[in-house]
Design a protein around this ligand. Sequence first.
Ligand SMILES: Nc1ncnc2c1ncn2[C@@H]1O[C@H](COP(=O)(O)OP(=O)(O)OP(=O)(O)O)[C@@H](O)[C@H]1O
Ligand SMILES: [Mg+2]
Length: 309
Amino acid sequence: MIFCSVLNPAIDVIYKIDEFRSGQTYTDIPHFSVPAGKGINVAKVVKTLGEDVCVVGLTPEYDFKRITDYLNLMQIGCHFFSIPGNSRVNTTVIEKNSGFISHISSKGLTLPMRIQIEFMQFFGQLTSKDDMWCFSGSIPQGFESDIYSQMLKICNDKCNTTLLDCRDDALKFGVRAKPVMIKPNLAELENYFDEQIQGVHHIALKGKRLIDAGIKYVFISLGADGLIALHENECLLCCAPQIKTVDTVGCGDALVGGLLVSKYRKFSFSEMCRMAVACGTSNAMHEGPGEITRNEVWQLMEDVQITAV
Ligand SMILES: Nc1ncnc2c1ncn2[C@@H]1O[C@H](COP(=O)(O)OP(=O)(O)OP(=O)(O)O)[C@@H](O)[C@H]1O
Ligand SMILES: [Mg+2]
């Protein structure tokens, strides 16, 4: 089974309005609201590609039913540890006339350490041999920045395959716990090494350092330019197909979903890269994170150009 963590879920609310002016009241504006979190996006992609998936994390009690109903509808399993209160809300206002998009993201609840300890016990009981775990997304306030590292160590002890996709301190601590796969984008890689990284060979060298640090697969995503991927002595530059871009939010999550499914199905390293890039590109062709189609992915896989670096 493939598991995706969601430690800090939110409700995304999107308003579409002709024009937005501060100080005005707008009523009856069409809106769309949906449970959100990087792990949910990844799980949607895994499910669309045809594998069973389960989301594991924390959910504020007042939104528990809403989030679990949403996942059940997509036949995504879930194991949530309930915490008090409401989810944070991320509001997006899309102005149809100007095309401007504004975001307001609310601060999440600050959780006491007791909840982290109880959650870790809950999590430990869910891990078993031969599972694949994906750790992605932000960490709730009040939790330690090395929580992913702690979760990875529990998985490593049980011989699970693990993937880490996060930033800042969570990435720094996480790498020390040696996840099997990591997926930083270029900005996250620069932040990790605390320097500007330019050009394919410079990126590849940084990737090799991460391989040297004990990570088996390093995937550095480059937006529309695709991916640089490293495994053992191989380093591949994978160019994404050119498409008409609709919405790039969640492209990295889609790429991660493709990596999980292709690894789960024991694809070769280059075919893993091909499926992952195709998932990222399919996501860019649709509105909303984690929205891909299975046929499109298989079609796009034929157009991913892979060269050895
Ligand atoms: N404009 C685009 N055209 C084609 N493919 C794209 C485009 N943008 C992204 N992709 C695909 O999606 C993959 C992941 O994108 P990106 O590097 O932007 O991830 P990210 O920064 O982690 O995104 P996020 O964290 O928002 O999900 C790329 O490697 C590429 O395959
Ligand atoms: Mg990302």
